[in-house]
Structures are given as C-alpha cells and as structure tokens.
Design a protein around this ligand. Structure first.
Ligand code: HEC
Ligand code: HEC
Length: 486
C-alpha cells in the first residue's frame, strides 16, 4: 500500500468546528496552530485480524467459526445465493458485520476505496439497490459518500421534543425480491438533517476487545486512581459508565455504554442487520408483510431435524455466541514504534497529558481462556468517560454518559485507521489525526457556561491541547508519527 499524507490541517479546524451543533470555541488559545502533517495510514501488512497468542487449538477453531459468521451475508429468507444468512430487516444498516468492521482487516473499522487495505468503497451505498424489484430502489441518504465512512444515524429528539438518541436504520426490506409485500418506508433523513436532529457514529474496531472485557472493575479503578493527581493538575475529571442491571463498569461503544461482547453482538445483530437472536429476541420494527421469519431468527440448536443432537460447540451455537467469541479472541493491533521520531513522540504523548486519558498499559485479570490471564496490553484508554465540550457533543445520553461525554477512544491500531472520532468527522479530507487532536479543544461562549446536564462547559482535554499548541512543530510531528506507529 502506498502512503498518502492526509491534507494539511489549516482548513480542518474551521470545518471541524463548523460541523459541530454546539457553539464554536471562542478561546483563541485553543485554536490549533499545528504545522504537523498526518502521514496517512501505515503501509505493510495489517497489524491485526488474527487470534490472540497462546490460545488452545479448540479456541482457535471457535475463533475461525465466529469469523466466518461475522463475514456471513444476510438476506431476508437466507435463500439468495451468496446471502445465505437469514433474518435481514425489516430495517437495516448493512447485511454483514464485516460490511462495517473491515479495515485494515475483518474486525476493524470502516473501509475506504483508495486508502484502505480492503480497497472497498463505502458498502452501504449498495444496499439501496441490492436485491430490489424493478423500480423499487431506495434512497441513499445524502450523508453516505463513496469515500466517506460507514455510518449509523441517531436522532437527538423525538418529534414531540423528548429525548430520542436511538439508532434509525438507513434502509428497509421494502421492494426486495425476498420481501415483495413489505412497504415499510425509510426514515426521512433529509428532514432530520435540515433540523439538525441527526448525529452519526462510525464503527469502533473490535481488535483486542476480549482483553478489555477481561479487566476487573477493581483493576480499572486502580489504574484510574493512579493518575488522579496528574489529572487534577490539568483539570481532567472522568468517570466510569455503569450497567443499570448489575452495577458493574460498562466499557464498549463510543460512550462505554455496553457491558459485554455478547450483549453488543446481540444488539448489533438486531440494530444493524435486523436479525433477532436469543440476546435480543424481538424485531425492532413490525409491519404487514415485513416480518417473514419466526423469532428468534438466530438460535442455538436446541433440536435437529431427524438425526441426533450432536455437533461441536461452535456448530451448535447461535451466531451471537460465534460473534462474541470472535471479538473476545481477536488479538490486539501490533504497534511498530521504532524510529527515533516515534520514540520521541511516545514521550511527548505522556508529557503533554494525552496519556492521562489514553492509558497506555494494562494487565488482564485471571482468565478462563488459555494463556489470557496476566497479559500486558496497550489499549491507550482508561475506558472512562470525559466531557469533551460542545464541539464534540452529540447531545445523546447513554447510561451515565451525558450529551458531551465519550469514552477515551482506545488508540491501539490508530496507525492503520482512516476515519477518526465518534462520527468520523476527521479523515483524509481534513487532516486526519491532526484534525482529531484539534477537535479535543472546545470551550463555551460566556453566555453558555454550563452544559445541558449541569456540568461546567468545555472539554476536559483543553489544558492538554494548550500544551500541544505550545510544542515545536517537530515535537508535534513526532507525536503524530508515534500515533501512526500504533
Ligand atoms: C452498519 C455498520 C455496522 C454493522 C453492520 C455492525 N457494526 Fe458493530 N459497530 C458499529 C458502530 C457504529 C459501532 C459503535 C456504536 C456506538 O458506540 O454507538 C460498533 C461497535 C461494535 C462493537 C463494540 C466494540 C468496542 O470496543 O467499542 C462490537 C463488539 C461490535 N460492533 C460488534 C458487531 C457485530 C458482532 C456485528 C454483526 C452482528 C456488527 N458489529 C455489525 C457499526 C456496525
Ligand atoms: C480528557 C481526556 C482526553 C485527553 C487529555 C486526550 N484525549 Fe484523545 N480522546 C478522548 C476522547 C473522549 C475521545 C473520543 C472523542 C469522540 O470520539 O468524540 C478521544 C479520541 C482521540 C482520537 C481519535 C481516536 C478514534 O478512535 O477515532 C485520537 C487520535 C486522540 N484522541 C488522540 C489524543 C492525543 C494525541 C492527545 C494528547 C494531545 C489526546 N488524545 C488527549 C479523550 C482524551
């Protein structure tokens, strides 16, 4: 893969602030003066996509089976050649987990037609026409572009002004050859866009997710406590999101809103593809002619047709168990930090305060999976929530995570990523990583000193960004080079 530097950042700060719904920063000390350039995704082989080191033979088999299921393509009936998975819709964003989790390898984030390893254009563009009856194509929402990120859409408010925050899927099965009677309309995205009621999320990569699942709450709290004094000095707060059910720390998703990889898999199957499972057994939409399969559409084999009930655990399991096993056993990205500049950049990362939220190193607790206890790994996240101010605020609350709170995004694998931040607003067109750093800075006008949830307005990362701004261009470039080595 040849390396394409992402366009310089000068334009990006303005465009990033302009696309925010909240007021732009009025504090000039926060405006990025960076001359550093994002060199673009690192070449070479993808540093991710395989199973964890040290697993047993059977576990690797389970991983491979889960990976196959992750790549399976769904149709409504499962009777279309090449689309043998069953249960798509009534509403959906894509027809396979791997449509969205593809870059730089299966399990990753959004693909890109020219910069990526997969070289695939945005796969969501195809769904408006795929398997449709003549004259029955659907509308491609304006916010999907060929070289833009895969997106899911959430609405901020319901029509009556109460909070919504839920995912509204882009397509329906109406007019498909395997759902000829279904007439379910797509949401009116143009209208929601016009009244600024639409926010986006891009896929988080799931490499190394099992390691994040395998740290106890007490270990997470210990890592967090260790940084308390240094955080305080930079005005960084942070708190964990918790499950409303068992009270433990939730850790997956952009707002750390989700508890486990199994729950996330069940939710993704239903929300992204419309496939019901033992985890989420009810269809999200019901309409005449649109609910064509008995539920749940994906199940563990509780009975066979005829013969005896035998098979490997993987064969007998429902897809959601396979997806979760794939995510859980997927190795973290391998960093290549080695040049003098990258090594200097690692020190800058710590000295300006990035590491106070993006915790570099953790160790797993005892594990039921072979060789996975006591493993040292480098997620570059505290898995805690931080206020990022009005610039990044998406005005959606999930659990304890308020309108402008996000999980410190794990930075492992950054070296081969193309789009950044929860809605993918930083990417090849506007400076990539440099734009992502710029977006961390955000303060409020004097007329708006508190956020909707009563917390003092502004980003907890402002002091770190001021320090970044005070660096020489060469130190800034070292930092960006370091990020591209992760
Ligand atoms: C239409 C695109 C799309 C499809 C299809 C999709 N995902 Fe995702 N995935 C996302 C997005 C977007 C997020 C982040 C969601 C959020 O935090 O709001 C995500 C996040 C995740 C995460 C959380 C990882 C982390 O650490 O935060 C897991 C696990 C996951 N997806 C699994 C799956 C599985 C399993 C499937 C198939 C059943 C799937 N996804 C299909 C878009 C997709
Ligand atoms: C106060 C905590 C905090 C500090 C300090 C901080 N970050 Fe972040 N970082 C976050 C959060 C939260 C996100 C996710 C924001 C979003 O998606 O809206 C993030 C996202 C990112 C991303 C995008 C990752 C992705 O998956 O898209 C990069 C790159 C990044 N940070 C780099 C840095 C660098 C470099 C520094 C130091 C100059 C830094 N961060 C300082 C909290 C912090």
């Amino acid at each position: 893969m040849s390396r394409t530097a992402f366009a310089a950042a000068a334009v990006s700060v303005a465009s990033i602030l302009a696309c925010a719904r909240g007021p732009a920063s009025t504090d000039e000390s926060l405006l990025l003066t960076s001359k550093a350039v994002d060199p673009g995704p690192r070449g070479g082989a993808p540093g991710a996509g395989g199973p964890l080191a040290g697993l047993g033979h059977d576990e690797v088999q389970f991983f491979n089976d889960g990976r196959d299921r992750f790549m399976e393509v769904d149709s409504v009936s499962g009777a279309i050649s090449g689309e043998e998975g069953r249960g798509l819709g009534p509403r959906f964003n894509a027809n396979s987990c791997a449509s969205c989790h593809a870059e730089p390898a299966i399990g990753g984030s959004s693909p890109h037609p020219t910069l990526g390893f997969t070289k695939a254009p945005n796969p969501q563009l195809a769904f408006a026409a795929l398997d449709r009856l003549p004259g029955k194509n659907q509308v491609v929402p304006s916010f999907l572009q060929r070289d833009g990120p895969v997106r899911e859409a959430r609405f901020i408010l319901n029509p009556d002004g109460t909070p919504d925050g839920g995912v509204h899927a882009l397509f329906t099965i109406a007019g498909r050859i395997d759902a000829p009677e279904c007439a379910l309309a797509q949401p009116d995205f143009a209208r929601e866009l016009a009244r600024s009621n639409l926010i986006f999320r891009i896929p988080t990569p799931i490499f190394g997710a099992g390691l994040l699942e395998n740290i106890s709450d007490s270990s997470l709290q210990e890592y967090f406590a260790a940084g308390a004094a240094a955080r305080k000095a930079l005005g960084i707060r942070g708190r964990f999101n918790h499950s409303g059910n068992d009270g433990t720390i939730t850790r997956f998703g952009w707002k750390a809103q989700n508890k486990s990889l199994l729950v996330f898999s069940g939710e993704a199957y239903n929300v992204e593809q419309g496939v019901t499972s033992e985890v989420f057994a009810s269809e999200r939409a019901t309409a005449p002619g649109c609910n064509l399969n008995p539920t749940p559409e994906d199940t563990t084999q509780l009975r066979t047709h005829g013969g005896s009930l035998t098979g490997t655990a993987a064969e007998m399991s429902g897809d959601v168990i396979g997806f979760a096993a794939f995510a859980r056993l997927l190795a973290p990205p391998v960093a290549t930090t080695s040049s003098a500049s990258e090594l200097r950049g690692a020190r800058v990362f710590t000295s300006v305060g990035c590491a106070l939220c993006h915790t570099p190193t953790m160790v797993t607790d005892a594990s039921s999976y072979t060789g996975q206890g006591g493993v040292t790994f480098h997620p570059y996240s505290d898995l805690a929530l931080h206020h990022m101010g009005p610039g990044l605020a998406d005005h959606v609350s999930q659990g304890a995570a308020g309108p402008d709170e996000f999980r410190s995004a794990p930075l492992w694998g950054l070296g081969q990523r193309i789009f950044f931040l929860h809605d993918g607003r930083a990417g090849p067109r506007n400076g990539g990583l440099v734009a992502a750093i710029a977006a961390h800075a955000s303060s409020c006008g004097a007329d708006q000193p508190v956020m909707d949830d009563g917390v003092a307005c502004g980003s907890e990362a402002n002091a770190a960004i001021r320090r970044y701004n005070a660096l020489t261009t060469s130190d800034q470039q070292d930092l960006v080079n370091f990020l591209r080595s992760l």
